[in-house]
Ligand binder design. Structure first.
Ligand code: NAD
Length: 483
């Protein structure tokens, strides 16, 4: 049975309670983990609070060095962590490897930044006597890092990397269904020599552990990734203590394919964008708007690509030219996608591919990659986030109609346009309401670029230099009486 990591030690829940982690491809138990309660949250936050003053004062070079050492230990355990991720999350091994490598890349980015954090010097008017100002950056204290199940490793890394190098201490709360690979990562990072209490992880239910963490008066900073509805709850819980909160929430990314697009490249971008992680990605190609003069050619190429996907267990490689697509993460998730598809078909959508559970699959939460054409613009696939391999596609007249429809969403996370027309590129960059627009590129979260949504996709940034700012208090210091 796996244990939690609190105050430098592996521990069970104080109550002794546990719960099973289920393999989404077989519905078998992968392992059991502690079912933590508020008393465990209390212990973890206390450990993080006690560890904070010494960690905050630690030489910034040493903090970066410890993280770098942790990355090397992790690298030596790549296979073990990747396999665990595939078994608990469902994603194919090559995707789990991609996620693991992305985690290391992101942590290394912040380890490198540890020595590049700067404040500012400001000359001041001498009205009150000669003086100058300093802008200094101080770590905040205990950070709660709340992570979803779709990318359990990278979305933990985007929080703990900047939090730790900035001098904060962290309590991680993974999704209840994907704690195992995250536990291994936290254990290996600690092996590098992090002082006890600097990096903790507790397992259990969002409603219990998550709420207790976010409500705790000693948690100064909450970094949350998850559903928009949960984000709303996190914000409510944070209000009494005026915590600093960043919210990386749901999305419904539009993709615009113009008449001059390289259709092969656009199709590849859409296939990866929609079917990577069985469509369970925040940044994903979720609504496709294709100029009418290239619509038929685009659809033909798209369907040829979709036909290559083969649902199956993530640890079994598909035979070329087939591409493995894993199961959905839970039965509930599959129900949700099925409901959205039925709604799309009831509202005029035409099923072009898939739309069902693959044959001979009694166990596992598999679903065929699915394409549906022209459902009404008020159907659920437009109004809601589709978190599965369901791809709706529409014909549009021109760039104005494409951008109007792209913006017709409560979400504003990612977006892309496929064209070489500089005016259309400019228009998309300026007018699409989203935190990010890719031009002729798949929807991928680069560690180097700030990333975060607008509208109901949340606020605050992860990745890039900008993310670090959210883990510091900026303080002004005036030094006077200089004569
Ligand atoms: P979720 O909101 O159900 O859970 C996210 C985390 O919050 C989990 O750790 C969960 O245990 C915890 N949680 C649940 N209820 C809580 C509560 N009341 N108080 C505190 N914590 C609570 O999300 P999910 O289903 O795990 O993840 C999928 C969602 O995440 C999708 O909407 C997806 O778009 C979004 N997402 C966004 C980004 C982004 O960067 N914007 C990235 C990945 C996923």
């Amino acid at each position: 049975m796996a244990q939690m990591f609190v105050a430098g030690e592996w521990k069970p829940a104080k109550s002794g309670a546990t719960y099973p982690v289920i393999n989404p491809a077989t519905e078998e138990v992968v392992d059991h983990v502690p079912l933590a309660g508020p008393e465990d949250v209390e212990e973890a936050v206390r450990a993080a609070k006690e560890a904070f003053p010494a960690w905050a004062k630690r030489d910034f070079e040493e903090r970066g060095e410890l993280l770098r050492k942790g990355i090397e230990i992790l690298r030596a355990h790549r296979e073990e962590v990747v396999e665990t991720l595939t078994r608990e999350q469902g994603k194919p091994l090559h995707e789990a490897q991609g996620e693991f490598d992305h985690l290391l890349h992101g942590l290394a980015y912040y380890a490198d930044l540890a020595t590049k954090i700067r404040g500012a010097y400001q000359p001041l008017p001498s009205r009150l006597g000669p003086s100058y100002g300093l802008v200094i950056k101080r770590p905040m204290g205990v950070v709660a890092a709340i992570v979803p199940w779709n990318f359990p490793l990278t979305l933990m890394g985007t929080k703990i990397g900047p939090a730790l190098v900035a001098g904060n201490t962290v309590v991680v709360k993974p999704a209840s269904t994907t704690p195992l690979a995250a536990l291994k990562v936290v254990g290996y990072l600690n092996q590098a020599g992090l002082p006890p209490g600097v990096l903790n992880l507790i397992t259990g239910a969002g409603k219990v552990v998550g709420e207790a963490l976010v409500s705790h008066s000693e948690v100064r900073r909450v970094a949350f990734t998850g559903e928009t509805a949960t984000g709303r709850r996190i914000l409510e819980l944070s209000v009494p203590h005026f915590k600093r909160v960043t919210l990386e929430l749901g999305g419904s990314d539009p993709v615009i394919v113009c008449s001059d697009a390289d259709l092969d490249k656009a199709v590849r971008g859409v296939l990866i964008g929609r079917f990577w992680n069985a469509g369970q990605a925040c940044l994903a190609a979720k609504r496709i708007y294709v100029f009418e003069d290239v619509y038929d050619a685009f659809v033909e190429k798209l369907l040829a690509g979709v036909a290559r996907y083969e649902p199956g267990e993530g640890w079994v490689k598909a035979e070329r030219p087939r591409i493995r697509i894993g199961p959905l993460h839970t039965a509930k998730q599959r129900e949700e996608v099925l409901g959205q598809l039925q709604d799309a078909l009831a509202k005029g959508g035409k099923l072009l591919y898939g739309g069902r559970i693959p044959e001979a699959r009694e166990k596992g939460f598999f679903f065929m990659p699915t394409v549906v054409a022209e459902p009404a613009h008020d159907s659920r696939v437009v109004r809601e986030e589709t978190f599965g391999p369901l791809l709706p596609i529409w014909k549009v007249r021109d760039i104005d109609e494409a951008i109007r429809l792209a913006n017709d969403s409560i979400y504003g996370l990612g977006s892309s346009i496929w064209t070489y027309n500089v005016k259309w590129i400019h228009k998309a960059a300026q007018e699409i309401e989203a935190g990010m627009t890719w031009v002729n590129q798949i929807h991928y979260g680069y560690d180097e670029l700030p990333f975060g949504g607008v509208k109901q996709s949340g606020y605050g940034k992860e990745h890039g230099l900008e993310a670090l700012e959210y883990y510091f208090e900026t303080k002004s210091v005036v030094v006077g009486d200089l004569e």
